[in-house]
Ligand binder design. Structure first.
Ligand code: KG4
Ligand code: ZN
Length: 401
């Protein structure tokens, strides 16, 4: 079955053609990073306008790259939430319109669920129809095994989820304040690093470690250069990153104490104070950057270690408690190599398999949307064309049994 997936929840416009929910025929992403970089974060009005101008060319390119005609497409899937309302509206409306015009089944896809299904995607060539013995190819081979624990870590979500089967989600823990990706983005701004913060912090941390290697010193020294707090929230699988973020703000300010730091460090959560908070971060960030790149790199390495530490230990504890067969990572922060390596280290003694999508399927893309749509179709589920965007959508959690 060939599914056209469409993704437009934030600042990426994506279209992809995926066979049987796993095999990629094409995957096109138009990124707006350069446009939003100058603001240090995504500007919703700009994002939706860009979505509008990119969506049709991106879909046409996905069809071209897959050398695929409309007659070969079996269904259309598009994100309906969570995300920015204006951006979501563009992809969802186009997806529904195409399904109507081409008389195809339509599936509205939950973006978070799609991040989990990125673990079903494979790179490389399509499998043969028959195996070497002439039997039909077992195309489930290589799929993640249930029950599994998924650590969903994106720009807006940090959740530990027990997945017992397709569509069976149980929430074990979630962030009580900032999402992991959000913390990376805000701290990057504090350090004067580029948006998006995750890859910038990872790069800076790597630079700190390389410098130590050159000096023949252990790389761990970079990760422990600054003592940073970890919110363990013992007895729960919840996360909290706001204390860590504030500690970073103080450290960056301390590094530039002779240059009139702002008086307040934590702005309130209501929208009226968001701008103040943003400009304050940028202000300190510019000062931190002036202070010297080694300092910034060491701060980045120590911050990354503090986030990875909590994520990895809590995920391992959950995997142990629920006796899962596998742990999978999902969302943009799953691209982080330190997180992957540390989790590998935590799970190895337990003989629990860890898997994560290739980097390009961790951040927002439409291949994962097509994959999630396929598995809904397999369960006989599709959506009506009256489906509306749901910016605040969460995973469809079941109560624990
Ligand atoms: O899943 P995603 O592409 O979009 C959302 O659905 O939110 O995640 C974006 C987030 C951003 O906060 C970005 O800084 C973070 O993922 N991210 C990373 C890395 N690559 C992207 N965080 C840490 N390390 C990375 N390599
Ligand atoms: Zn995402």
């Amino acid at each position: 079955m060939l599914v056209l997936g469409i993704e437009s929840s934030c600042d990426e416009t994506g279209a992809a053609i995926v066979k049987d929910g796993r095999y990629l025929l094409s995957n096109v992403v138009a990124s707006q990073i350069e446009i939003h970089n100058r603001y240090g974060g995504v500007v919703p009005e700009v994002a939706s306008r860009q979505q509008l101008s990119s969506i049709i060319p991106v879909i046409e390119t996905a069809l071209d790259n897959a050398a695929c005609s409309w007659e070969e497409i079996d269904a259309v899937g598009a994100t309906f939430g969570p995300g920015l309302a204006g951006s979501l509206l563009v992809g969802l409306t186009v997806g529904k319109a195409l399904a109507l015009a081409k008389n195809l089944p339509f599936v509205g896809v939950n973006h978070l669920e799609a991040h989990i299904y990125a673990n079903w995607l494979r790179k490389g060539t399509l499998p043969p129809e028959k195996d070497s013995a002439g039997a039909p190819w077992d195309f489930n081979e290589g799929d993640p095994m249930f029950p599994l624990i998924c650590l969903v870590v994106s720009g807006a979500h940090s959740e530990l989820v027990l997945v017992k089967g397709h569509g069976q989600y149980e929430l074990l823990g979630r962030t009580r304040d900032d999402a992991a990706g959000e913390a990376f983005d805000k701290v990057a701004r504090v350090l004067g690093l580029e948006y998006p913060g995750g890859p910038s912090i990872e790069k800076a941390a790597l630079r700190a470690e390389e410098e130590l290697l050159q000096q023949k010193k252990p790389v761990e020294l970079a990760r422990s250069a600054y003592r940073l707090p970890r919110a363990w929230l013992r007895g729960t699988y919840d996360f909290s990153f706001s204390g860590l973020k504030t500690a970073m703000l103080h450290l960056a300010e301390g590094a530039t104490a002779n240059q009139s730091p702002p008086k307040t460090y934590e702005a309130g959560k209501n929208s009226g104070t968001v701008n103040r908070q943003r400009s304050q971060y940028t202000h300190i960030g510019m000062q931190a950057a002036q202070k010297g790149s080694t300092n910034v790199a060491l701060l980045a390495a120590s911050f990354q270690e503090a986030v990875v530490d909590v994520l990895a230990v809590k995920t391992r504890l959950a995997a142990q408690e629920y006796h899962v067969k596998q742990v999978v990572l999902a969302g943009g922060v799953a691209a982080n190599l330190s997180l992957r390596a540390r989790l590998e280290q935590e799970l190895l003694p337990l003989r629990i398999r860890l898997s994560y999508p290739p980097v390009e399927f961790c951040t927002d893309n439409a291949a994962m949307i097509a994959s999630a749509a396929y598995f809904h179709l397999c369960q006989g589920e599709q959506s009506g064309l009256d489906l509306d965007v749901q910016p605040g959508l969460s995973l469809p959690f079941r109560k624990s049994e």
